[in-house]
Design a protein around this ligand. Structure first.
Ligand code: PAF
Length: 281
């Protein structure tokens, strides 16, 4: 397995693969890989002849007061995980390789990005759309793989792929959890052991909401209130949002009568965690 830092070198390799008629899967990541990323790579390996994993902490998707500088990085460990999962190549560019000094072109989206995480992270999805567009242009994959934990991101990328006519199949992959239910995230590494226990409140509260829906509750406000009430029993948790939205438009719903996404972002201490579940009535 190779680690490539330059776009030119990556393109040369891709040209050879294309000439040989090989299909290519792309797994975009920001590194510090865990079992959740591994499940994306394993899926990509099972569906493509070659798999590129991009490992790039994308500066444009971090707000000014966010954790760009402290975001965890470990290329050696990432490369070992990619190799074990069967990836063909890790693309690990420097920021200057991805963004020329006077870069002034960005990809933005009018809808889908304003609510949920977009409320507290107003420039986040512009950064995500921009870097994913760049990766799509550079790699030109047949398929690209994203985790359902970032449900809003997945919806945004699906829409962007459609709107910008990328000939790429977007594959969403299920959330991977620790045994006790905590959704895997590179940011879990920020949690102290006390915070780690407190973080379980996200999944527990969402499970409660899911059980209510399964039992037939169709009033979104009632389910949301129950989730919020349960979250508030954890003193270390500070809710950013709990929302029940239409799975396609990400607009708030009052009744649960078509597929919905229930999504939450919660600060545990200073670490912001997200989680969600989908429900089809
Ligand atoms: O989900 C992530 O890790 C990032 O947002 C992505 C898609 C790799 C873009 O930087």
């Amino acid at each position: 397995m190779q680690i490539v830092q330059s776009i030119e070198e990556l393109r040369a390799i891709l040209r050879e693969w294309r000439k040989a008629g090989l299909s290519v899967g792309l797994v975009p990541t920001m590194g510090y890989l865990h079992e959740g990323h591994k499940s994306l790579i394993v899926r990509a390996v099972s569906e493509n002849d070659r798999v590129v994993v991009s490992d790039f902490v994308n500066p444009t998707q971090f707000g000014v007061n966010e954790d760009l500088a402290s975001y965890p990085r470990d290329l050696r460990r990432d490369a070992a995980l990619c190799e074990e999962a069967g990836a063909s190549l890790v693309f690990h560019p420097e920021a200057e390789e991805m963004y020329v000094k006077d870069n002034c072109t960005f990809v933005d989206m009018d809808s889908l990005t304003k609510g949920l995480c977009g409320k507290t992270r107003p420039t986040h999805f512009r950064g995500v759309c921009t870097v994913v567009t760049k990766l799509f242009h550079i790699v030109s994959p047949d398929r690209a793989y994203f985790g359902e934990k970032d449900a809003q991101q997945l919806a945004v990328i699906r829409r962007m792929t459609r709107d910008l006519n990328f000939d790429i199949t977007i594959v969403g992959c299920p959330i991977v959890r620790e045994q006790d239910g905590l959704a895997l995230s590179s940011r879990n590494t920020y949690l102290s052991s006390e915070e780690r226990k407190a973080a379980l409140i996200l999944h527990k509260s969402l499970l409660l909401g899911e059980e209510m829906m399964k039992a037939g509750e169709r009033d979104a406000a009632t389910v949301k209130e129950a989730i919020v009430r349960n979250m508030k029993t954890e003193p270390l948790a500070r809710i950013d949002y709990v929302e029940i939205v239409d799975a396609g438009t990400l607009e708030n719903v009052t009744r649960i009568e078509s597929p919905v996404l229930t999504a939450t972002a919660v600060y545990i201490g200073s670490t912001r965690l997200i989680d969600n579940f989908s429900f089809c009535p």
